[in-house]
Ligand binder design. Structure first.
Ligand SMILES: C[S@@+](CC[C@H](N)C(=O)[O-])C[C@H]1O[C@@H](n2cnc3c(N)ncnc32)[C@H](O)[C@@H]1O
Ligand SMILES: [Zn+2]
Length: 284
């Protein structure tokens, strides 16, 4: 079930000015916002349709994001089939066993009994990680999940998949360069298969760090050729083809923002890294 109650809405911020947002529109009996607008005090208005807010400015998107959006519009109908059946041949970490290697980095198993622990997934796509995150956490009722993406078709698939979920899941259309959340909102953040192609990967890292609580794991997974393995020419050519559009082709260790603490960096598979970092815990 998809929901957006007043507690959820209190975490949201206007992506243009970072001010608080107030909902105007129709709600369900339990105060879950259905259709209407979220407005800040500067009158920037963002529409909400079937409990999913649209929190980015299409006009303000960079050229890269516009291309990414068009590409995902084209591949969305085949995305899940390709991920399940083609990518494993390319040693992509798309099966549940590989996905669990990086989901374990989120530390959600310790969050199960904590009231209102919150997980954010940036570039959620069609939502393949959602059941695995809940599984890793022991399926707690209280874990609050948020998934954001810029692409209508990809996020649309995640929203449709969540329609009959027993947990309340939250989704928003949002750009990773400008996350519509208050500072220090999340207990962990996940970003899979998305950041290498961003217009500004460092800004993407900074945004995730801003919305994560101090010490909360921020787990980033994307393409990097594992140089600890022997890679033949075919592997190098495949990697080149897979990353032709990417802005960066390795884990963004040198792009980590000031104040970031590196927690882990390993190869999930021949072509994918997992990088975990956090915002330095607040001094006691
Ligand atoms: C390869 S898919 C990965 C989907 C999912 N994370 C998974 O593991 O299956 C990458 C997703 O990132 C989204 N994306 C790309 N650039 C983005 C941006 N700037 N902000 C938000 N989402 C973005 C795309 O629309 C796409 O749905
Ligand atoms: Zn505003």
């Amino acid at each position: 079930m998809i929901g957006l109650d007043s507690k959820d809405r209190s975490m949201l911020r206007c992506p243009r000015c970072q001010h608080r947002l107030v909902f105007e529109g129709a709600s369900r009996d339990d105060e879950v916002a259905l259709n209407g607008v979220l407005k800040c005090d500067l009158n920037h208005a963002w529409r909400v349709k079937k409990s999913v807010p649209h929190l980015f400015d299409a006009q303000a998107l960079g050229k890269r994001e516009q291309v990414v959006d068009i590409v995902y519009d084209l591949i969305a109908p085949f995305h899940d089939a390709a991920v399940d059946h083609v990518l494993p041949w390319l040693e992509y970490p798309s099966g549940p066993i590989d996905r669990m290697k990086y989901i374990a980095e989120l530390g959600v198993e310790d969050m199960g009994n904590r009231a209102a622990a919150r997980v954010l997934e940036v570039g959620v796509g069609s939502g393949a990680n959602i059941p695995l995150i809940y599984h890793a956490a022991g399926d707690p009722a209280k874990l609050g999940y948020w998934g954001v993406d810029i692409n209508q078709k990809m996020l649309g698939a995640a929203v449709r998949g969540a329609a009959h979920a027993t947990r309340r899941l939250r989704f928003a259309y949002a750009d990773a360069h400008c996350l519509p959340f208050a500072d220090n909102s999340f207990d962990c953040v996940l970003n899979v298969g998305s950041i290498n192609a961003y217009r500004d990967p460092m800004l993407g890292l900074r945004e995730m760090m801003r919305v994560a609580k101090p010490g909360a794991p921020i787990v980033v997974v994307d393409e990097e050729l594992d140089t600890d393995r022997w890679n033949c020419l075919a592997h190098k050519l495949v990697f080149r083809a897979l990353t032709f559009f990417d802005r960066i082709t390795k884990a963004p260790l040198e792009l980590l923002p000031a104040g970031a603490v590196l927690m882990n960096h390993f190869a999930v598979s021949r072509y994918f890294y997992c990088l975990t970092f956090c915002k330095a815990p607040a001094p006691r």
